[in-house]
Design a protein around this ligand. Structure first.
Ligand code: FES
Ligand SMILES: [Fe+2]
Length: 432
């Protein structure tokens, strides 16, 4: 049943009443009390993306990041295990690591020099005589979160009773497998990252990745700046084969260029884009044969779909977009550029071109991200008006059908992805 929002009731409704089948309350973006609940009921109870395995190439590699608002360090220890450790000293709580990425033998707290191994075990305490009889070192390891990986994507959770990562991903796994095929026969690695903040709620960005409806409007300047073949490839608005699926657990996928969704499916009829002619020559000179070159070049724009993994990461084109909630009206976004990890003669020219494509849309001086961010800022500002007026997520509701796989599916411009995410949000926020 959909509850009608009124100026009197909307501020008091429980989270379960804020999400209807086709609408959500604008208060979802603005209420700091809801934000606090989300941090515990959503971000601390499900799998949250923390790293790509290529960011932790060897024993001692680490990355500091967040699960919800809690700072963590992701490490690779000497046994090759990836650990997610709370970035909080067991003595008096100082953060242990302020460096974003790096390599270390362990972590020594700068305050009183308690030191910890890469697996989080407490190794040493200076001047230990004061602790005789009052401290058991074995009980003071850094707090560890459950950490599991699939397809190179590393996730952590505070929730010891949640299903395994693979079960939680379910039907998403086939899409992760497809996404990683953009390595063109090589594994995919992180090439670099950049961050920015916007003055808006995290769910505004969550909605955006599988929102095909905004594309030709917001990204008109990008469309005008690319070559005709690329613009044609991204003219999916009236293509009936371009669809969005809900994949369960709040996850969704938007297939803009369905013919590229599985890069192994290639009948050879599609010509390679003229803009990559120089790259093709370089790859020929590096000794690659036609089919191998074709694989790498067809993957230059990624896989033609955007995959949105509830709650904090999306996989799109040639990058990951990671969101970190800061406050009800503030979110940090990190763009993680991806490319094949292969011999320099092959990977270097490919990744140089991939980075140019990435910069053109996602980069700080690109055409795409600043336009998106303007839209997100405006949603936050506008949502302050008329708290009783809902945010509509009803586009395509009447034409949503099950795909042969059983996934609720509608046109790429429909709001299937948002409905999927808010359904999961509602369920998690209502659980005790
Ligand atoms: S707070 Fe870390 S050693 Fe004291
Ligand atoms: Fe966009």
């Amino acid at each position: 049943m959909t509850v009608e929002f009124t100026p009197d009731n909307v501020h008091g409704l429980p989270p379960s009443d804020l999400v209807g089948e086709d609408r959500v309350a604008g208060r979802m973006y603005t209420d700091p009390r809801l934000f606090e609940l989300e941090m515990t009921k959503v971000f601390e109870r499900t799998w949250v993306w923390v790293a790509h395995e290529s960011e932790l190439p060897k024993a001692g590699s680490f990355k500091s990041t967040y699960v919800g608002r809690q700072p963590v360090i992701v490490t690779k220890d000497r046994k090759g295990t990836i650990n997610t450790l709370l970035n909080r000293c067991r003595h008096r709580g100082a953060s242990l690591c302020e460096q974003r990425t790096g390599h270390a033998n362990g972590f020594t707290c700068p305050y009183h020099a308690w030191s910890y191994g890469l697996d989080g075990k407490l190794r040493g305490i200076p001047y230990p005589d004061g602790y005789e009889g009052v401290l058991e070192k074995g009980e003071l390891s850094l707090r560890r979160l459950r950490t599991e990986s699939y397809g190179g994507m590393v996730f952590a959770t505070f929730n010891d009773s949640i299903e395994s990562l693979e079960d939680s991903l379910g039907d998403v796994k086939v899409w992760i497998d497809r996404f990683m095929k953009q390595g063109g026969g090589y594994p995919v690695k992180v090439l670099g990252t950049h961050q920015f903040r916007f003055r808006g709620n995290w769910k505004i960005q969550l909605e955006n990745t599988t929102d095909g409806y905004h594309f030709p409007i917001v990204h008109r300047s990008w469309m005008a700046s690319v070559d005709a073949e690329t613009a044609d490839m991204m003219s999916f608005m009236t293509d009936p084969s371009a669809v969005t699926h809900s994949l369960g657990n709040g996850h969704s996928v938007m297939q803009m260029v369905p013919g590229h969704s599985d890069l192994d499916v290639d009948d050879g009829s599609e010509p390679l884009q003229a803009r990559f002619a120089t790259l093709v020559t370089e790859l020929e000179e590096a000794g690659l044969d036609g089919p191998a070159i074709r694989k790498l070049v067809r993957a230059m724009h990624g896989t033609g779909f955007n995959l949105n993994l509830f709650p904090n990461v999306s996989m799109s084109n040639s990058f990951l977009r990671v969101l970190r909630p800061i406050a009800a009206d503030e979110t940090l976004i990190e763009h993680v550029a991806l490319g094949p990890d292969g011999p320099a003669g092959i990977a270097d020219p490919v990744n140089r071109e991939r980075l140019r494509i990435h910069e053109h849309f996602q980069g700080p001086f690109g055409f795409g991200s600043p336009d998106d961010a303007e839209g997100w800022d405006r949603v936050q500002r506008g949502a302050q008006a008329a708290p009783d007026m809902p945010i509509l997520v009803n586009r395509g509701l009447a034409r949503e059908n099950a795909s042969p796989e059983g996934w609720p599916t509608s046109h790429v411009t429909d709001e299937t992805g948002m409905r999927a995410a808010y359904d999961k949000w509602k369920q998690m926020m209502s659980d005790d």
